[in-house]
Design a protein around this ligand. Structure first.
Ligand code: NDP
Length: 241
């Protein structure tokens, strides 16, 4: 509903930027967060007029402080999209504890950190929408992504459990599992590997960030209150359950 406040983590680039723009177009008041790429964030802010906030979503205290600041400046948060994510790919033999921790903290710990910061308010007001961005590789696993697949798979469990707690309070919690989507994250995949990936996508191409955003808009709508604890796969038919 127009006027509601929405936070999109990692909302200044890629899929998150598409989500932020779509929310703004629908009249939401949007706070887009990011980690450190000031240039991209300032460009995004200049283009869209959307407020940007820089903090590490893996840092619990930073998340509580940032949500406090956003609520002070924009009002109580009705919609949270936990989208920020990173990859630190490596096979198990070369995977370090640091690479494991970085991905678990940023991709999964962030869902706890940010949801915790908005949860009491959503409960008190009797309305909330949380969407967590998982991954096709959390559903099916992926060679060289033990850390990423574990974090993303964790997101799907987190979603189902939290959905049960929010159900009687007007809060829905859902996940989206995107397939390979045209963003900087995928641009980092070597061309020969990407070619093999696209060959396995029945639709025959990568997804577009807006195509993931479309799913978010569906799940956060005021009249989507009966959809909770679900995972929406948007992957060009690459992985079907
Ligand atoms: P991008 O790499 O294009 O953008 C990532 C965004 O997250 C940036 O805004 C970045 O900020 C922010 N971010 C990263 N780490 C942190 C952090 N520690 N604290 C705060 N913000 C952070 O990613 P995508 O758009 O490709 O991916 C978005 C989500 O979708 C991720 O969760 C990803 O795992 C998931 N996904 C992506 C797929 C794809 O094919 N692209 C497929 C399946 C899932 P900054 O600009 O400052 O770096």
């Amino acid at each position: 509903m127009a006027g509601r406040v929405a936070i999109v983590t990692g909302g200044t680039r890629g899929i998150g930027a598409a989500i932020s723009r779509m929310l703004k177009d629908k009249g939401y008041k949007v706070a887009a967060t990011y980690a450190g790429n000031d240039e991209a964030a300032q460009k995004f802010k200049a283009e869209t007029g959307i407020n940007v906030y820089k903090f590490d979503v893996g840092d619990f205290a930073a998340c509580q402080a940032a949500v406090g600041q956003i609520e002070k400046e924009m009002g109580p948060v009705d919609v949270l999209v936990n989208n920020a994510g990173i990859t630190r790919d490596s096979t198990m033999r070369r995977l370090t504890r640091d690479m494991w921790d970085a991905v678990i903290d940023t991709n999964l710990g962030s869902c706890f950190n940010m949801s915790k910061a908005v949860w009491d308010g959503m409960n008190t007001r009797g309305f909330g929408r949380i969407v967590n961005i998982g991954s096709i590789n959390g559903q099916g696993g992926q060679y060289g992504q033990v850390n990423y697949a574990a974090a993303k798979s964790g997101i799907h469990g987190f979603t189902k459990a939290l959905a049960q707690e929010g159900a009687s309070k007007g809060i829905t919690v859902n996940a989206i599992a995107p397939g390979y989507t045209e963003t900087d994250m995928v641009a980092a995949v070597p061309a020969n590997v990407l070619e093999k990936i696209v060959a396995k996508i029945p639709v025959g191409r990568l997804g577009k960030a807006d195509e993931i955003g479309r799913g978010v808009m569906f799940l956060i709508a005021d009249d989507a209150g009966f959809i909770t604890g679900s995972t929406l796969s948007i992957n060009g038919g690459q992985h079907m359950y």
